[in-house]
Design a binder for this molecule. Structure first.
Ligand SMILES: [Fe+2]
Length: 155
């Protein structure tokens, strides 16, 4: 049953972009865990906590994206192998705190780019549900980037 009233052909491009976003988010999530665990030095307490806050938000968004793909009657990508192959975001090495924050801002730029592509495809399909969901993620990632950039400015 076509319960959302969007033509299957119009869903295809959006689902492809959502699956890319799912892949990007998984690699981003693991980058944050890496940094949460391996941060050391004078910024340990603030960044250890900040990275945890960010990966917890990523975890929630990951589930929302996968379930939106299912709502659109498509299959969410589900293996780490596929995530690594399909993501624009790459696994990051452990670095000093400033480089970690710069890398996370860079990851955010890649997520933002991917999210704008999702919104563009969803707009063509009048898929307001996807636009609303991803629009919320987008504003939050943009705000987090501003905060991380402000943190960098102090050092
Ligand atoms: Fe922890």
């Amino acid at each position: 049953m076509n319960y959302i009233g969007i033509k299957p052909n119009n869903v295809e491009k959006t689902a492809t972009q959502l699956n890319k976003l799912l892949s990007n988010y998984h690699v981003y999530y693991q980058n944050l865990r890496n940094y949460h665990w391996n941060i050391s030095g004078e910024h340990f307490f603030d960044l250890h906590e900040k990275f945890e806050e960010l990966y917890n938000e990523a975890k929630v968004n990951i589930d929302e994206i996968a379930e939106r793909i299912l709502t659109l009657r498509k299959k969410p990508t589900s293996t780490l192998k596929e995530y690594l192959e399909e993501a624009d975001i790459k696994e990051m090495p452990t670095l000093d705190s400033n480089e970690m924050v710069k890398n996370i801002i860079q990851n955010h730029a890649q997520l933002i780019d991917n999210m704008r592509n999702v919104i563009e495809c969803a707009g063509e399909a009048n898929d307001e549900g996807t636009i609303d969901m991803v629009g919320g993620f987008l504003a939050s990632v943009e705000k987090k980037s501003w905060m991380l950039d402000a943190w960098l400015a102090k050092s």
